[in-house]
Design a protein around this ligand. Structure first.
Ligand code: GRF
Length: 200
């Protein structure tokens, strides 16, 4: 498999962040690129829900944001035109809940990352997203959970693992407690892991 040829340092890498929910990861990535590491920038936020927190956050941050339908996501010419218009070099998924079509995976092969809120392969696959993952962790009595950053491949949650970090689950933790711990881990690691993947 051909992975991303590391981005040259002369111009910032232009990333599109795809988000469906609150957009806290998206905001962390934007801020990281502005204040910590300017080798990349968020050129575009793509969201499939007009009412998602990610849309408002993108507007507050002054980042271009496109709300897309499922049919546009699956329209090769339409998506290519959108990403080309914003000169997108790489795609970062951050709580994006629709399946990424194969034409985007192959076009951005090695340049499309996802974060999953568990230690894959545990609690991965279809239907395992957001709060469902944390509920499964608590229901299974797991004493440890964590985050996984991975390349996106055609098989859901099965691309090459780039990074994992773990956190303890206490016996009294609710799914909401686990979610808070996971968000803290994501904030601490995801932006840096993105940079390490594209530049080191
Ligand atoms: C994150 O926990 C992410 O790992 C998962 O969905 C959540 C999205 O949170 N896939 P946010 O929208 O970034 O706040």
């Amino acid at each position: 498999m051909v992975y991303f040829d590391k981005h040259p340092r002369s111009t910032p890498l232009r990333m599109a962040v795809f988000a469906s929910g609150e957009g806290s990861n998206m905001e962390n990535i934007v801020r990281y690129c502005r204040h910590v590491d300017r080798r990349a920038e968020v050129a575009l936020v793509v969201c499939n829900r007009a009412e998602a927190g990610a849309v408002g956050r993108a507007q507050s941050l002054g980042v271009d944001c496109e709300v897309i339908s499922r049919s546009l996501l699956n329209d090769k010419a339409g998506m290519e035109a959108l990403l080309e218009a914003h000169r997108v070099d790489a795609i970062v998924l951050a709580g994006f809940l629709l399946m990424i079509p194969e034409f985007l995976i192959s076009r951005y092969r090695g340049r499309i990352l996802n974060i999953h809120p568990s230690l894959l392969p545990r609690h991965g696959g279809k239907g395992m997203y957001g709060r469902h993952v944390h509920e499964a962790v608590v229901a299974a009595g797991d004493t440890v959970t964590g985050i996984t950053v991975h390349m996106v491949s055609e098989a859901c949650d099965e691309g090459r693992i780039l990074f994992q970090a773990a956190v303890d689950v206490d016996a009294a933790d609710t799914p909401a407690d686990v979610e808070r711990k996971i968000h803290a881990l994501e904030a601490a690691h995801y932006p840096r892991v993105i940079m390490d993947t594209f530049f080191e």
